[in-house]
Design a protein around this ligand. Sequence first.
Ligand SMILES: NC(=O)c1ccc[n+]([C@@H]2O[C@H](COP(=O)([O-])OP(=O)(O)OC[C@H]3O[C@@H](n4cnc5c(N)ncnc54)[C@H](O)[C@@H]3O)[C@@H](O)[C@H]2O)c1
Length: 265
Amino acid sequence: MTDDPTGAQEFTGYKALVTGGASGIGRATAELLARRGAHVAVLDRDPADLPETGGPLVAHRADVTDDASVRAAVGAATDALGGLDIVVNNAGMGAQGTVEDNDDAEWQRVFDVNLLGIVRTTRAALPHLRASAAAGRAPAIVNTCSIAALAGLPQRALYSASKGAVYALTLAMAADHVREGIRVNCVTPGTVDTPWVGRLLDAADDPVAERAALEARQPTGRLVTADEVAAAIAYLAGPHSGSTTGTALAVDGGMQGLRLRPAGR
Ligand SMILES: NC(=O)c1ccc[n+]([C@@H]2O[C@H](COP(=O)([O-])OP(=O)(O)OC[C@H]3O[C@@H](n4cnc5c(N)ncnc54)[C@H](O)[C@@H]3O)[C@@H](O)[C@H]2O)c1
């Protein structure tokens, strides 16, 4: 792990937990927080190549749909870190189709991961975040939401509904905990070049055309990088955003706010 190119070390002494931190956006976030000085625990149902002891990123195996495993992992991570100041609720899963295409079990499964996963992790973490605030630190929660919460995307009815709920939950949590000194924000990424999107492209009839369509949907003309989302999460989690709570920070290549004319016209 190299030093952060910005040289920033604003997380020195901070303890952070990142769910879904073994891959993609969560992995980039865990690595960035660690490079900037934090001690970081990853909660993931599949820790991949991350060690479960030792190393700058320690993985705790848990599934966010299982309350007992989440409580055990949050407790073990907090014990190992010696406290907890930052929670990044990032674990999530996708779903494709219109409102007709997913059965009830799939709706419940996606909400269980994307929404209740945040509820379970936050519930387990809050006593530790309160202790962080009581110790004069600056605890923060950042949720990984999505552009799908805020813009109508085709073939994403279930996924969008789950992320819309994440957005609403972010606001409600921010209101509930602001007077305890705990800030709560979310990021709303556009399409990010992660293993998840790689799997979607692999499954497409024409992966090259599908990638081109996803790139063209973003005004910047390219996919977002996981590092760009990680940098936004780090800003919201860190000491420089002390007056920012209850917000959604777009990292979407301009997808939500811009209305471009066709190129050259
Ligand atoms: N990739 C995108 O285009 C994009 C865009 C907007 C939002 N997001 C959101 O970003 C987050 C991360 O996505 P990514 O693209 O990095 O995906 P990814 O597949 O690369 O990583 C997701 C990680 O979450 C873990 N995970 C999944 N379900 C879990 C569960 N039940 N319990 C514990 N861990 C679990 C996986 O093991 C994996 O390590 C998700 O919440 C997703 O909705 C992604």
